[in-house]
Write a protein that binds this ligand. Structure first.
Ligand code: NAD
Length: 476
């Protein structure tokens, strides 16, 4: 398979060229380097129709065979990790080793998810009857994916949806379509035609997908603002939705922390993928006893690490992925600057492309935009606190509730704090962790529903309850 050229959609197991083209820009240069197909309404109709036609056969395929297909697909992805990784770096910007890391992680996730089983729950088993709850596929799933983890987050949807017996139409972000298109091409060998369709396009395609009458469920990852539109659109046909949305995650550093031991990890948890991570630390609350020491250490790291073209050896952090996001983050920086906030910046960055220096904001007011908004870019506010109850209240004072972290040398004390954080996930002395067997869900405006684990798998099913009598019906 040629990863450098020939980006086509996969509809009904075959190439589909689309009705036009969308430029794909390398964020390290700001220049287009490839084009992806632009799906029109007819392409979307064809993809949904193919998924609908493939549904009866796929849902009737024994789960063991669906599992085997996903494991074979996962192995094929792993075997192409280098090629996918190089393409990933060009379209997404992340340094190559970390890009290959996402592909390998995606392959692992596909195979690990495939090992889950669909339970049959027995809610009553008496002399008179047995009540069994079977978990049936929802139907045709429309999967909509963002640009920050374009490969892994597609697999978070594709793997459980297919394992549960659904068929899928997946749409990558217009900014990062290429790896998904190649994924569609690669997986044709392992899946019957129509089971997995991959379509790409411009900004118009997402709303077209959510409004399409032919799908039964929308699995969406993206911003909270878009998530609300998705839900509104899905409501017209009462389509099922799973929404994984934005976050403004707080981490709380307790006074007993060993600053030298934790600084690198805290830094990585905030700036990995140039801070374009839904579950990145976006507000770092540090106890006043250790504030100066940790701030200085984090600033040292920012001055040491290299931000550059992900295709160049030595780059540790890449550019912002796309121009609109670059402008948003620059506006936030400008707002911080014009309000007189203290910015502690890292090394200089390339002048071409969408690069922004890694930036720490030294104790800004709680109500400043850099604290209140999800930056989704490399601006990390550090906030000083002295009172534990007060800092927990500040951490929780957000419309978001995706994840958070607590750092301390005393694990019991950290757990006690973690239990008071109003988010779907809280890490203790770690961050950015997820597993295929652990539910991931945002509370408040960070989402609706669950991904991963058994709960995530069941989101792609609906119950069918059988009431089975044990005594024959009495003769009339
Ligand atoms: P986005 O909401 O702009 O776009 C996400 C996807 O939705 C893209 O494929 C886009 O083309 C599509 N889309 C845009 N408008 C649409 C509409 N009206 N109807 C249907 N689809 C539409 O998000 P983004 O900028 O790509 O991603 C960044 C955001 O995603 C951040 O807020 C981040 O926190 C969030 N995110 C959340 C998670 C999570 O699991 N909770 C993971 C990654 C990213």
């Amino acid at each position: 398979m040629d990863f450098e050229n020939g980006y086509v959609m996969t509809i009904d197991g075959a190439d589909a060229p689309g009705e036009g083209q969308v430029d794909v820009v390398n964020p390290a240069t700001g220049k287009p380097f490839a084009t992806a197909p632009r799906a029109g309404a007819a392409d979307l109709d064809a993809a949904v129709a193919a998924a609908r036609r493939a549904l009866p056969g796929w849902r009737a395929t024994p789960i063991a065979d669906r599992r085997a297909a996903l494991i074979a697909a996962g192995n094929a992805i792993a075997a192409h990790a280098e090629q996918f990784g190089r393409l990933f770096t060009r379209e997404q910007g992340r340094p190559l080793a970390l890009a290959i890391g996402e592909i390998k992680h995606g392959a692992y996730w596909m195979k690990a998810t495939a090992k889950l089983d669909l339970p049959v729950d027995v809610t009553e088993d008496t002399e008179q009857r047995r009540i069994e709850v079977h978990h049936e596929p929802v139907g045709v799933v429309a999967a909509i994916v963002p640009w920050n983890f374009p490969f892994l987050l597609a697999i978070w949807k594709i793997a459980p949806a297919l394992l549960a017996g659904n068929t899928v139409v997946v749409k990558p972000s217009p900014f990062t379509p290429l790896c998904s298109l190649k994924l569609g091409e690669l997986l044709r060998e392992f899946l019957p035609a129509g089971v997995l369709n991959v379509i790409s396009g411009g900004d118009e395609l997402g709303p077209m997908m959510t409004a399409h009458k032919g799908s039964d469920k929308i699995s969406f990852t993206g911003s909270t603002a878009t998530g609300k539109k998705v839900m509104e659109s899905a409501a017209r046909d009462l389509k099922r939705v799973t929404l994984e949305l934005g976050g403004n995650d707080a981490a709380i550093v307790l006074p007993d922390v060993d600053v030298d031991a934790v600084a690198e990890q805290i830094f990585f948890g905030a700036f990995y993928n140039t801070a374009q991570v839904c579950i990145a630390t976006k507000r770092l609350y540090i106890h006043e006893d250790v504030y100066d020491a940790l701030r200085d250490k984090l600033h040292d790291i920012a001055r040491r690490v290299v931000v550059g073209d992900g295709a160049q050896q030595g780059s540790e952090y890449g550019p912002i992925q796309n121009e609109p996001q670059y402008r948003r983050v620059m506006a936030l920086l400008e707002d911080a600057r014009s309000n007189g906030l203290t910015l502690l910046q890292g090394r200089d960055v390339p002048t071409e492309g969408y690069f922004i220096p890694l930036t720490i904001v030294d104790n800004p007011p709680e109500d400043s935009r850099v604290v209140q908004e999800e930056a989704f870019g490399p601006i990390l506010p550090l906030l000083k606190y002295s009172d534990l109850d007060d800092v927990i209240a500040r951490a929780n004072d957000s419309e978001y509730g995706l994840a958070g972290a607590v750092w301390s040398s005393d694990i019991d004390a950290a757990v006690a704090v973690a239990k008071r954080i109003e988010t779907g996930t809280v890490w203790i002395n770690q961050n950015l962790q997820n597993t295929p067997y652990t539910p991931f869900a945002g509370v408040k405006q960070s989402g609706i529903g669950v991904e991963n684990g058994m709960a995530g798998l069941l989101e792609f099913t609906q119950p069918r309850t059988l009431f089975i009598p044990k005594v024959p019906q009495a003769a009339e």
